[in-house]
Design a protein around this ligand. Structure first.
Ligand SMILES: Nc1nc2c(ncn2[C@@H]2O[C@H](COP(=O)(O)OP(=O)(O)OP(=O)(O)O)[C@@H](O)[C@H]2O)c(=O)[nH]1
Ligand SMILES: C=C(OP(=O)(O)O)C(=O)O
Length: 219
């Protein structure tokens, strides 16, 4: 069954506003770029992901997509939200024959290709939605949608429980699946610390983000 990963990426100049009190704009841009790079490298290594689509209006992210075997797709004008960018990607994935879509954020750089493969291998029969929560258990970091249009994503606070409800309302089976490397998105300065601690415990992966974290630690 063809699985396409969809990675929405905001313009780097607008991204990571919740880090603005701690990190200046040039470094935030560089960090965003490093994280997207690591996500694309991990997805390229995942054997169960047939194709990767990056939804973005950011020229640097478009270039990264081209460089890492992904396909850039333009977001709508004004990049209205994570959920609407995800929908743009789902539509493109369906046009390319996807039977399943994995929505992955560009700010989960610890992403482990083996965990991605295990998630996809463990998926059941469609219609099904698997919700991968953040480390707090309340937000959603990834969604595995089978078929891709089984429901519309609804990211934002409290989205893990909401996604389960929406899936069930659409007549699909729905479950939360904890995927450790997908729990670590970077929204806040505390998330950066949690990521740093987690990466210290594993060898390999997230090379670009590790470099940025080292730079930040030296400041
Ligand atoms: N293409 C696109 N991607 C988005 C949009 N909003 C969020 N994203 C992406 O969705 C993923 C999760 O986004 P957030 O966790 O909200 O990150 P963020 O918007 O950079 O962070 P804040 O500015 O602090 O809200 C990241 O990969 C973002 O780049 C959007 O409007 N368009
Ligand atoms: C990360 C989430 O949403 P947003 O990208 O809108 O912050 C979420 O739903 O947990």
């Amino acid at each position: 069954m063809s699985t396409i990963a969809v990675v929405p990426v905001k313009r780097f100049g607008d991204a990571k506003q919740r880090l603005a009190d701690h990190i200046g704009e040039p470094t935030r841009k560089a960090l965003s770029e490093a994280m997207v790079t690591d996500v694309l490298i991990a997805l390229r290594r995942a054997q169960r992901v047939d194709r990767v689509i990056v939804v973005t209006n950011e020229p640097a992210a478009e270039a990264l997509a081209n460089g890492y075997d992904a396909e850039p797709v333009l977001d709508s004008d004004g990049e209205t939200s994570h959920s609407s960018a995800a929908l743009v990607g789902v539509r493109s994935a369906r046009e390319r024959g996807a039977r399943r879509v994995l929505l992955v954020p560009g700010d989960c750089p610890a992403l482990d290709p083996k965990e991605v493969d295990a998630l996809i291998e463990g998926a059941g029969e469609a219609p099904e939605v698997l919700v991968i929560p953040d480390r707090h258990g309340t937000g959603t970091n990834a969604l595995l949608l089978s078929p891709p249009d089984v429901m519309e994503p609804s990211f934002g606070p409290g989205s893990a429980a909401r996604h389960v409800e929406l899936a069930r309302a659409a007549g699909a089976s729905a479950a939360l699946r904890e995927v450790p490397s997908l729990a670590l998105d970077v929204d806040t300065f505390e998330d950066l610390q949690a990521l740093r601690d987690a990466l210290a415990g594993v060898i390999g992966g997230a090379a670009h983000t590790r470099g940025m974290l080292n730079r930040l630690a030296r400041r």
